[in-house]
Design a protein around this ligand. Structure first.
Ligand SMILES: Nc1ncnc2c1ncn2[C@@H]1O[C@H](COP(=O)(O)OP(=O)(O)OP(=O)(O)O)[C@@H](O)[C@H]1O
Ligand SMILES: [Mg+2]
Length: 365
C-alpha cells in the first residue's frame, strides 16, 4: 500500500489585509506519497509558495491541517518539523566554504565532528562536488551553487524536502541538466520532494505526480501522462501543452458512446467514460499532434473537415501550422518533418484535417 508522507487536509489561507483580505488557498486537500517527486504547478499567484510555506511552518493556516506521516504538525514551529526548504535565491553563506555550508545544519543538530565530516563528504559526493569542498560560493558557477544549496538542505536527512522554483535563476541549458540531476538525487536519497514551478515542461519532465493549481484551488492531480492526455477542464488543457478546444453539442448514445457536433455541423462519434449532461455547454479537446493534415485529394469524404493553411512555422523536428476551417473553427496542428508532408504544405492551400478520434477528450468547463 502507498504510504502517505504529507496529508494536506482542507487548508484555507486568508492573508488578513486590512481592506482586502486575500484568499490564497480555498480548502485545498490532497496526499503526497512517501518517496514521491511531487510538483505543484500553476501560474503566478495561484498559491504555490503559500502552500509550501504552510508545510514548512513559515505561514499560519486559517483553517485545516497538515499531517506528516500521520502526525498533525500544523502548530509546530519550523525548526521542529522534519522538513527543509530550498529557495529560488539559494543564499549560501558567502564567508563559509562549500563544505562548511553543507555542514552548517549538521553542527546545529549537535552531531559529533566525525559524524559531520562523514555526512558532509557523502553529500558532496552525492552532488559530485567532492573536489570543491574548500571553495567559497563566489568561486562557483550558478549551477554548482544551486547543487550546494541542495546538499545543504538534504544533509540533515529531512523527511520531506520543499523546493520553491529552485531552477528558475539558471539559464535554460543548465536548468535542463539540473532537472535530470535533481530527479536522480531524489530517487537516490528516497526523500519525498515537493517541487514548485510555473514551468509546465519542467513539471512534466521531473514529476511522479503533478497538482495543477489555479486561483487557490487544485484543478487536477495525476501523473504527467495523465494530466497531458486526460485534462479534466479548460484550464488544465490550456495550461499544459497546447490544445485545440472546440465548442460542441452532444447527443448521448447507448453503450458509452456519443455523437458530438462541431459549430459547422461536422459530426464526430466519440467513446466517453463518464456521463455527460447534453444540456450544458460542452467542448472537446484535441492536441495539435493528433491532427493529421494533408492536401485535399480529388474526392474528399463528405464527412472530412476541410480548411485552409494560414501559416506555417518550422520548428526543427516538426512544423506547426494554423488551419482555418471557417469563422468559428481554427485549428493548431503539428506535423513531423520526417513525413512526406514536409514541403507539400503551403499557406493558402486547401487541406483535409483528420482527427485521431481516440485522442479527443470531452472537457468540463
Ligand atoms: N504576505 C502576503 N500578504 C497578502 N497577500 C499575499 C501575501 N503573500 C502572498 N499573497 C497573495 O496570495 C496569493 C498567492 O501567492 P503565492 O506567493 O502563494 O503565489 P505563487 O503561486 O507562489 O506565485 P509565483 O509563481 O508568482 O511565485 C497571491 O494573490 C499573492 O498576492
Ligand atoms: Mg511563488
Amino acid at each position: 500500500m502507498t504510504k502517505i508522507a504529507l496529508h494536506i487536509d482542507h487548508i484555507v489561507k486568508v492573508y488578513p489585509h486590512r481592506h482586502h483580505p486575500v484568499t490564497a488557498l480555498k480548502e485545498v486537500s490532497f496526499d503526497i506519497h512517501d518517496n514521491e517527486f511531487f510538483t505543484l504547478l500553476g501560474p503566478s499567484g495561484c498559491g504555490k509558495t503559500t502552500l509550501l510555506r504552510i508545510i514548512a511552518g513559515f505561514e499560519e493556516i486559517t483553517a485545516g491541517q497538515v499531517r506528516l506521516y500521520g502526525d498533525d504538525i500544523s502548530t509546530l514551529a519550523p525548526h521542529q518539523r522534519p522538513v527543509n526548504t530550498v529557495f529560488q535565491q539559494y543564499a549560501l553563506f558567502p564567508h563559509l566554504t562549500v563544505a562548511d555550508n553543507v555542514a552548517f545544519g549538521l553542527k546545529r543538530l549537535g552531531q559529533s565532528a566525525d559524524e559531520v565530516k562523514a555526512r558532509t563528504a557523502a553529500m558532496l559526493d552525492l552532488i559530485q562536488m567532492t573536489e570543491y569542498g574548500q571553495r567559497k560560493p563566489h568561486e562557483l558557477s550558478g549551477g554548482q551553487q544551486q547543487r550546494v544549496a541542495l546538499a545543504r538542505a538534504l544533509a540533515p536527512a529531512p523527511k520531506v524536502l520543499l523546493l520553491d522554483e529552485p531552477l528558475s535563476a539558471l539559464d535554460l541549458k543548465l536548468r535542463q541538466a539540473m532537472r535530470e540531476e535533481l530527479k536522480a538525487i531524489q530517487k537516490q536519497t528516497g526523500i519525498t520532494f515537493v517541487f514548485v514551478t510555473h514551468d509546465q515542461e519542467e513539471a512534466l519532465a521531473m514529476s511522479d505526480r503533478i497538482a495543477v493549481m489555479s486561483n487557490g484551488e487544485v484543478q487536477q492531480i495525476g501523473s504527467p501522462q495523465d494530466i497531458y492526455n486526460n485534462p479534466r477542464n479548460h484550464f488544465v488543457a490550456n495550461f499544459i501543452g497546447e490544445a485545440n478546444i472546440l465548442d460542441v453539442t452532444a447527443e448521448p448514445m447507448r453503450g458509452g458512446k456519443c455523437r458530438v457536433k462541431l459549430a459547422n455541423g461536422t459530426a464526430i462519434p466519440l467513446e466517453i467514460d463518464h456521463a455527460i449532461d447534453a444540456a450544458k455547454p460542452l467542448s472537446i479537446m484535441i492536441r495539435p499532434e493528433h491532427l493529421s493534415i494533408k492536401p485535399v485529394g480529388k474526392k474528399p469524404p463528405k464527412s472530412a473537415l476541410i480548411g485552409t493553411v494560414q501559416d506555417l512555422s518550422y520548428l526543427g523536428t516538426d512544423t506547426q501550422l494554423h488551419v482555418r476551417v471557417d469563422d468559428r473553427i481554427s485549428l493548431l496542428a503539428r506535423v513531423q518533418n520526417d513525413t512526406s508532408v514536409e514541403g507539400a504544405l503551403k499557406p493558402g492551400q486547401s487541406v483535409q484535417i483528420d482527427m485521431n478520434l481516440n485522442a479527443i477528450r470531452m472537457l468540463d468547463h
